[in-house]
Design a protein around this ligand. Structure first.
Ligand SMILES: *Cc1c(COP(=O)(O)O)cnc(C)c1O
Length: 240
């Protein structure tokens, strides 16, 4: 595509996604500003992120440290907020604090402890979400729904400096009809509410759920963050 055409397409896509988010929030009786749009820029070059930044997008998601770090460096001092949304091995934890504000894939106490160490080294604070395998798909990452209470309790008891556990993340079922999708997202919301009341966690408020194909039902079920890639940037081009 011609690069001017590409820039216009990204701007138009972003405008449409924002309008769709706002309409879904209003339909659910929610404040549209209570839903954060994370533009998932994995596989796309810095030039495409620049286009999104030019039309006001400041929140971006990436799923590997290897790909994200050069982009974060190239766009430093632009006031961006980066979210790490991919699976992370404990030995890569050192790359996250200081570069990313949020991590959506906490699934073990070991990773939490490593992130805490790294956050202290960087003198920064990392906001985290526990990834839940809400569909019990053996190919997906995350803890099973029954394991969530134990992990929250274990992390709280360890009083880890430098990290905050702020809520839950999940990937919806696919393929799935609207009813199956909403049932899965409702289950994640109920699990968050249960953690909040069981452990008295006032700031365990976040629900990261919804991607390009299912962010509307996610918002109807209470998503506070949606992770949208292809609906903004178009299809991903994998070169690896
Ligand atoms: C790639 C990715 C997304 C965005 O997916 P799209 O379907 O392109 O919107 C969201 N969440 C996670 C965890 C991802 O890896």
């Amino acid at each position: 595509m011609e690069s001017n055409d590409q820039a216009r397409a990204i701007a138009a896509n972003l405008a449409r996604v924002r309008e769709t988010i706002a309409a879904a929030a209003i339909r659910a009786g929610r404040d549209p500003t209570a839903v954060k749009l994370i533009a998932v820029s994995k596989t796309h070059p810095v030039s495409m992120l620049e286009t999104a930044i030019a039309v006001g997008q400041t929140v971006f998601g990436e799923n590997t440290a290897q790909e994200a770090l050069p982009k974060i460096d190239a766009l430093r001092d632009r006031g961006l907020e980066w979210h790490f949304i991919g699976h992370l091995q404990s030995n890569k934890a050192k790359f996250v604090p200081g570069n990313f504000r949020w991590l959506h894939s906490l699934a073990s106490h070991k990773l939490a402890a490593r992130l805490s160490q790294a956050a202290q080294t960087h003198r920064s604070r990392l906001q985290t979400l526990i990834e839940v395998n809400i569909t019990r798909d053996p190919k997906k990452h995350g803890v099973s729904p029954e394991e969530v209470f134990a992990l929250v309790e274990q992390i709280a008891a360890a009083e880890l400096a430098g990290i905050s556990v702020r809520g839950l993340m999940a990937i919806g079922p696919y393929p799935a009809d609207e009813h199956q999708t909403r049932t899965a997202f409702a289950a994640l919301r109920e699990l968050r509410d249960a953690c909040q009341s069981r452990f008295g966690l006032a700031d365990f408020t976040e629900l990261s759920m919804g991607m390009s194909n299912d962010f509307v039902p996610a918002i109807l079920e209470g998503a506070t963050m949606v992770r949208v890639g292809s609906a903004i940037f178009g299809d991903r081009v994998y070169t690896r």
